[in-house]
Design a protein around this ligand. Structure first.
Ligand SMILES: C[S@@+](CC[C@H](N)C(=O)[O-])C[C@H]1O[C@@H](n2cnc3c(N)ncnc32)[C@H](O)[C@@H]1O
Length: 270
């Protein structure tokens, strides 16, 4: 076995990136295809929906603007606080359509069922082991109407990224950090644990004018290969109805970067 780190490493990898909300928002501000995809999906279903990993509402708020009632679940207090802040500048109708619950998606229990349950922007990749996936999928069943659909997206493992040398930092041009206002040098290191199938990304920030103040934010993503994911869904009571690629209504190819799974409860599953 290559390495066996403490669970604290995974916990940090599921939380740290979601503490700096200003940086998060700025980094993904131009990511629009998934927003359009999930909003259209929600309109098509036309029912209240449950979104796991709602974060600070990048997808949640546009969904409510489209007229849908949405309940967002997330474990990150800073993200939910920012979602509430952002809602204040929305119309009262939009504000009323959004509800939130803070908690771990594997354990949060809601006394409602939904016709559509989503798990957006790689939130599923924070389920690092089989018991976590099983607990989470059992929760989804609990909250899904018998005729409901469960839709989630995952980035596909990229063999080039997984093979990268952890000692090498992959840099990008300097930029002004949204939260600190400093011009920073930014680099990422990739360290793939092939036994746990977890990609550890170290996001390194070094202020140009204060290099001693450099810091690192960890992010950990479980890498699900498609056949493994199909088996996990099947043996936890889900049938895959369709898989789209890259937020287009296109079938997956060997070049796809992300897959969107559309699932329903498997017949006879209790
Ligand atoms: C990549 S963000 C996606 C946020 C939002 N959906 C978006 O598209 O911007 C992943 C989210 O999953 C949340 N998350 C990670 N693990 C979680 C868990 N076990 N239970 C609930 N939320 C979790 C994080 O706090 C974070 O907000």
């Amino acid at each position: 076995m290559k390495r066996r780190g403490p669970d604290a490493e995974l916990d940090a990898g599921a939380r740290a990136h979601y503490e700096d909300v200003g940086y998060y928002t700025n980094t993904y501000a131009t990511r629009e295809d998934d927003v359009a995809y999930y909003v259209e999906l929600a309109i098509g279903h036309g029912c209240p929906l449950l979104e796991y990993g709602c974060g600070n509402g990048r997808i949640t708020i546009p969904t409510a603007r489209a007229g849908l009632d949405i309940l967002g679940v997330d474990q990150a207090a800073p993200m939910l606080k920012d979602l509430k802040r952002r809602l204040q500048s929305e119309d009262p109708g939009v504000q009323q359509r959004v509800r939130t619950r803070r908690g771990d998606m594997r354990s949060v229990k809601i006394n409602e069922t939904f016709g559509l349950v989503t798990c957006t922007f790689n939130t599923f990749l924070h389920l690092y082991d089989r018991p976590s996936v099983e607990r989470y999928l059992a929760r989804v069943h609990q909250h899904l109407k018998p005729t409901g659909r469960f839709v989630f997206d995952v980035s596909l493992p990229d063999p080039e990224e997984l093979a990268r040398d952890p000692k090498r930092a992959y840099g990008t041009p300097r930029f002004r950090h949204a939260t600190t206002g400093q011009v920073v040098r930014y680099g990422e290191r990739f360290d793939y644990d092939d036994m746990r199938q977890v990609l550890f990304v170290a996001m390194e920030f070094e202020p140009r004018d204060a290099p001693d103040e450099k810091w690192m934010t960890p992010l950990a993503h479980r890498q699900f290969f498609p056949q493994e994911l199909e088996a996990l869904l099947h043996y936890n009571g889900f049938a895959i109805e369709a898989i789209d690629a890259d937020f287009q209504e296109l079938p997956p190819t060997n070049d796809s970067a992300a897959l969107i799974y559309h699932c329903k409860a498997r017949r006879g599953w209790r």
